[in-house]
Design a protein around this ligand. Structure first.
Ligand SMILES: C[S@@+](CC[C@H](N)C(=O)[O-])C[C@H]1O[C@@H](n2cnc3c(N)ncnc32)[C@H](O)[C@@H]1O
Length: 637
C-alpha cells in the first residue's frame, strides 16, 4: 500500500525538474550542508542559456567543462540571417519527392530547420569526425559578440578556411572538437520527436567526452546504450589491434520510448487465455459465426474447456465446420489480451502494448482461443555483430562509382540495422554529417524491403575534395557532389534490383544568406515583422521559389511537402500541400487572381507587398478574401 506523504510537495524539486526538461544541460550535482550530493541548477549555465553574451562565473561543481563551452551554448542559441535556396537542377523528382539533401554547415542548417522540423525527426544518425588528429573539424569562428557573430555567420565558407585539421599539438585539441559537437547536438535535440532516438558513431578518441556532453545536452536519464560495433578485422593501435568502434544511443525522452523493433521477423503463437483471478476476472466475449478460424477437423464443443486457464462456452455449443466457427458463441474466460481481441474482432488493425502487430486470433484443435502476432520487438544486443565493417562500406561505394571516392564510408548494413530497429514506415531520418550519403541509400533500401515511406534529410558541408584524388579528377569537386551522385546511383541500383515503388528522389537545398536585402534588420526583428512590415527589400537575384522556401521555413512548414504551381491570369501561384499554403510573389495581382485563390479556401496565403500596385488594391484584395475565404490567414512579405 502506498504511504501518504502528509506533507506539501517539494516545490524546489518540482521546479528543478521543470527546468531540466527545458535545459537538461544546466542540471548538476553539488554537496548540501550535510555533505550529501543533491541535484542542483548550475545558475551560471542557466544564465548563459538566457543570455546572448558570455556570462562569467566560476564555481566548483560536477560537470564536464572546457574552454569554449559557453561559446558553444551561445553559438547554439544565436539566430542567423540565413535561409535555404532550392537547387532544382541537382534534384531528382522535385515535385513528388519527400527526401532532402541540404548543402551547408550543419549548425546553420539545424538552426534553419528549427521551425519546420521541431519535434518531427524520429531517428538521427551521425558519424562526425572522430577527432583522430587527421580528420577535419569545423571551426565556428565565434568571436563572442552577437553582431560580429551574425556578420561572421553571413560569410560563405568558400575559401575552406573554417575547416581545420585538429592536430594533437593544438593546445585546444579536445576543446575545439567538443565546442563544435556541443552546439550542434544541442540544436539537433530540438528536432527529435519525444520518442526519437539519436545514434552517434564514435571511437575511443572522444567516446568518454562525447558521452559526457550527451549526458549534459540530452540528459543522463535519456542514455540508452553504448553499442560496440564489432569490425571483425582491425588496425594495430598501440599494443592492441583495434577491431571495434562505438555507437552511442540516446533518446529525447526515454520514458516514452516503448520498444526497439526486431527485423528478424517470425511469428509468435500463444494461448489467449489467462487463469481467472481477482486481477484477471472472467468476462464474456461474443464471437460471430464465420468470424474466426479453427485449426482442426469439423468439431462441436460444449461447457468447460482448458486446463488451469479455462474457457466456458455460455451458448449451447460451439461448432466448427470447414476451418471456421459455424454459429454465434458467447465465451467467458480470463482473457490475456481482451482489448486487442475486441479490436481485432471489430476488424481493426491491432497491436499489442509493445507495438507488435496482431495477425489473428484462432481456435486450436481443442477449441481453445490462441493468438498469432508478428515478432516485432527484442532487446538488441549491445555488440553489433554481422552488420558489416568499414571495408564493406568502401566496397559498396566503390561498386557504385568504380573507383574509391570517399574515405571510410559506413556500410549500409550497419545503418539499416540501426534505422530499422527504431523507425516506422513514415518516419523521418536525419544525418547531419552525411559524407557519402550512406544513410540515404540505407533508408531507400529499407523502404524497398518493406514498402515503407521513410524520408531522409542529408546535410553535408561542401568540403572540397583534394586535387590529387580520383574523386576530384572525375569532376567531384566537393563531398556534396559525391553524396548526391551516390544517392542517384544507389536509387537506380535498388530500382533495378527490387522494382520497388518507393521514393527515389530528393530535393536539393543550399544554405545561403537571407533573401531579404537589408541586413540592417536583425533576425529577431525580422522574425516578428518580416511577413507584415518590410517593403520590397528582396535581393534582386532571388526567385519566387527562393522566397517560397524561406516563407515555408519561417511559417514552420516542412520543406518536403508537395509543391504545385499554376498560372492564374499569367501570375505564378504556388500551392503547398494542396491548401496549407498558397503563395504568389508576382507583381500587379488583381482581384480576379485573388478571387480564384480565395475560392480554394487556403489556410494561409502569402503575397509580396509589391504584388499590389497601391494601398487601395491591397484593401480590395483583403475584401475578396473576407468574402470568399474569411478564415484564410493573409501575410505579406
Ligand atoms: C566521417 S564522415 C561521414 C561519413 C558518412 N557516414 C558516410 O558513410 O559516408 C563526416 C562528414 O561530416 C562532414 N562535416 C564535417 N563538419 C561538418 C559540418 N560542420 N557541417 C556539415 N558536414 C560536416 C565532413 O565533410 C565529412 O564528410
Amino acid at each position: 500500500m502506498d504511504k501518504l506523504e502528509m506533507q506539501s510537495k517539494d516545490l524546489v524539486g518540482v521546479n528543478i525538474e521543470n527546468i531540466a526538461k527545458l535545459f537538461p544541460n544546466v542540471i548538476t550535482e553539488s554537496k548540501n550542508e550535510e555533505g550529501i550530493l543533491e541535484k542542483k541548477i548550475d545558475f551560471d549555465l542557466l544564465k548563459q542559456e538566457l543570455s546572448d553574451t558570455i556570462v562569467e562565473g566560476n564555481k566548483e561543481r560536477y560537470s564536464l567543462t572546457w574552454p569554449g563551452k559557453k561559446e558553444a551554448i551561445l553559438a547554439a542559441n544565436m539566430p542567423i540571417n540565413k535561409t535555404l535556396r532550392p537547387v532544382k537542377k541537382d534534384s531528382e523528382d522535385w515535385d513528388t519527392t519527400e527526401n532532402m539533401y541540404i548543402e551547408g554547415d550543419n549548425l546553420e542548417v539545424l538552426k534553419i530547420l528549427q521551425e519546420s522540423y521541431l519535434n518531427k525527426i524520429k531517428c538521427i544518425y551521425i558519424d562526425p569526425p572522430y577527432n583522430t588528429g587527421k580528420d577535419f573539424v569545423y571551426r565556428d569562428n565565434f568571436t563572442g559578440d552577437k553582431d560580429e557573430y551574425l556578420e561572421e555567420s553571413g560569410q560563405v565558407d568558400e575559401e575552406g578556411n573554417r575547416l581545420f585539421q585538429n592536430n594533437e599539438s593544438n593546445g585546444r585539441f579536445h576543446s575545439d572538437w567538443l565546442t563544435m559537437m556541443y552546439s550542434r547536438l544541442k540544436v539537433a535535440r530540438n528536432l527529435l520527436k519525444d520518442d526519437g532516438i539519436i545514434f552517434i558513431s564514435i571511437d575511443e578518441n572522444e567516446v568518454e567526452n562525447l558521452k559526457k556532453i550527451c549526458n549534459g545536452i540530452l540528459g543522463e536519464n535519456n542514455f540508452i546504450s553504448q553499442l560496440v560495433w564489432n569490425l571483425k578485422t582491425g588496425t594495430q593501435a598501440g599494443y592492441f589491434t583495434r577491431s571495434h568502434e562505438y555507437v552511442l544511443v540516446y533518446s529525447k525522452n526515454k520514458s516514452v520510448v516503448t520498444y526497439f523493433k526486431d527485423r528478424s521477423g517470425g511469428v509468435i503463437q500463444h494461448g489467449a487465455l489467462k487463469k481467472i483471478s481477482k486481477v484477471n476476472p472472467a468476462s464474456e466475449v461474443h464471437f460471430t459465426a464465420g468470424s474466426i478460424e479453427f485449426e482442426g477437423e469439423d468439431a462441436i464443443f460444449q461447457g468447460e474447456l482448458g486446463g488451469s486457464e479455462k474457457q466456458f462456452i455460455k451458448s449451447d455449443c460451439m461448432e466448427f465446420k470447414n476451418g471456421l466457427l459455424k454459429n454465434d458463441v458467447v465465451i467467458e474466460a480470463g482473457w490475456a489480451m481482451k482489448n486487442q481481441l475486441l479490436s481485432w474482432l471489430r476488424g481493426e488493425e491491432t497491436f499489442d502494448s509493445k507495438g507488435q502487430r496482431v495477425l489473428r486470433f484462432y481456435f486450436n484443435s481443442k477449441g481453445i482461443l490462441f493468438y498469432e502476432k508478428e515478432r516485432g520487438t527484442v532487446h538488441p544486443k549491445t555488440v553489433l555483430d554481422n552488420v558489416g565493417n568499414t571495408k564493406n562500406g568502401s566496397d559498396e561505394l566503390k561498386s557504385l562509382f568504380g573507383l574509391k571516392y570517399f574515405d571510410f564510408p559506413k556500410p549500409t548494413e550497419l545503418l539499416k540495422y540501426l534505422i530499422e530497429i527504431v523507425t516506422e514506415k513514415e518516419d523521418i531520418i536525419l544525418d547531419f554529417f552525411s559524407g557519402s550519403a550512406t544513410t540515404a541509400q540505407s533508408v531507400m533500401q529499407i523502404n524497398a524491403d518493406d514498402g515503407g515511406n521513410r524520408k531522409f534529410i542529408m546535410v553535408q558541408l561542401p568540403e572540397e575534395t583534394n586535387e590529387k584524388t580520383d574523386a576530384y579528377k572525375a569532376g567531384y569537386k566537393n563531398i556534396c557532389e559525391i553524396g548526391k551522385e551516390r544517392i542517384r546511383r544507389a536509387a537506380k541500383k535498388i530500382k533495378e534490383e527490387t522494382n520497388a515503388d518507393i521514393d527515389y528522389g530528393f530535393r536539393v537545398y543550399k544554405v545561403d544568406s537571407t533573401n531579404m536585402k537589408d541586413t540592417f534588420y536583425s533576425v529577431n526583428e525580422i522574425k516578428q515583422d518580416f511577413l507584415t512590415e518590410l517593403e520590397s527589400n528582396i535581393k534582386d537575384d532571388r526567385t519566387s521559389e527562393d522566397l517560397l522556401a524561406q516563407v515555408m521555413l519561417d511559417l514552420g512548414i516542412e520543406l518536403s511537402l508537395p509543391i504545385q504551381s499554376e498560372k492564374i491570369e499569367g501570375k505564378e501561384v504556388f500551392y503547398v500541400a494542396d491548401n496549407a499554403l498558397v503563395a504568389c510573389f508576382d507583381e500587379d495581382i488583381n482581384e480576379e487572381v485573388a478571387k480564384k485563390i480565395a475560392e480554394r479556401g487556403p489556410l494561409k496565403v502569402v503575397f509580396r507587398d509589391r504584388s499590389f500596385s497601391n494601398d487601395s488594391d491591397k484593401e480590395n484584395i483583403k475584401e475578396v478574401f473576407k468574402k470568399h475565404s474569411p478564415d484564410t490567414d493573409i501575410k505579406v512579405l
